[in-house]
Design a protein around this ligand. Sequence first.
Ligand SMILES: NC(=O)c1ccc[n+]([C@@H]2O[C@H](COP(=O)([O-])OP(=O)(O)OC[C@H]3O[C@@H](n4cnc5c(N)ncnc54)[C@H](O)[C@@H]3O)[C@@H](O)[C@H]2O)c1
Length: 354
Amino acid sequence: MRLLVTGGAGFIGANFVAHLLANGAERVVVLDALTYAGNRANLAAAENDPRFRFVQGSILDRELVEQLLDSEGIDHVANLAAESHVDRSIRGPETFVDTNVTGTLRLLEAVRAHLDAHPGKRERFRYLQVSTDEVFGSLGPTDPRFNERTPYAPNSPYAASKAAADHLVRAWHATYGLPVLISNCSNNYGPYQFPEKLIPLVIHNALAGKSLPLYGDGQQIRDWLHVADHCHALAAILERGAPGAVYTIGGDAERTNLDIVGALCDLLDRHRPLNAGSYRDQIAFVADRPGHDRRYAIDAGKIARDLGWRPRYDFATGLEATLLWYLDHADWVGDVTSGAYRDWVAKHYEGQGA
Ligand SMILES: NC(=O)c1ccc[n+]([C@@H]2O[C@H](COP(=O)([O-])OP(=O)(O)OC[C@H]3O[C@@H](n4cnc5c(N)ncnc54)[C@H](O)[C@@H]3O)[C@@H](O)[C@H]2O)c1
């Protein structure tokens, strides 16, 4: 595969690039705008690989995308570029529409023009839209889990922008015959996640002696999946997914936010014991997020049946491995939380342009 991975300097993107290079990809080109969430240091291991190229630029730049598809002989696009944080979408929804909706439109149009100009590539070409379970809205405690036939009912500006993008992707398949795939995945955790998201935030705050904020009663349920398992799923979908198909992906690991924070406190008590007391003493309940979905859960039966994918991490093992990664990578966390990662990038890559 010769892949264009948009958003490759983000959390899932960086893990996905490592997965692709470790599993025989012929070429991996990352296109990333390096917003606050993009960190080129996440790709440090890939930078030494001759099969890898980093391009700083936006998915909104259709001309640049078309030029990369052409000059790099791309036959697979995985769109992971996005504004991804729900709280930020509540404070400022416009960039979510720009990046997630208009950005997806521009990518689709670039792919459409490229395949019109190179009809011979159409059969092999795939465009994968990496989406979220948040497009489905909220489940009640006993509702059946989300699957590929669940109607869309997004509640946050983030979820609405991802839902809109998914609809565009679907329409570009039905209308223009684009060989697209859509994946809707549950909450990911693992290395390189920006510490505004629950798990790295809790680890960071706990070690810094700060409070561990939990929205509302902390009983919101998410279905957690290790990012490495998500990356396996994305690769399987690109390799073997049927054009036009949708796959829901999840870890079969429903946990309340309070469960997650409590489990992390217990692990920290073991690995970094305090002189007195428990990290649990730092838990603080704060006013709930408006429109906060109560429960997400995924039925991943179709991807298991059709593509043979199953998560390899059980949640307890994955969570402990993740905690240990953050403990071992205090420099990475420090650079990201202090903003120094911007300087790190400038120091290492100054003058290298794209
Ligand atoms: N994190 C999760 O739990 C999760 C779960 C399911 C789906 N997803 C989806 O997976 C994708 C990646 O999520 P993530 O958690 O890695 O996000 P992230 O915020 O860590 O990374 C997003 C990346 O996109 C880049 N980017 C933003 N705007 C861009 C633009 N206009 N052009 C090019 N690059 C741009 C950023 O610089 C960053 O590197 C998103 O589409 C998200 O909706 C995430």
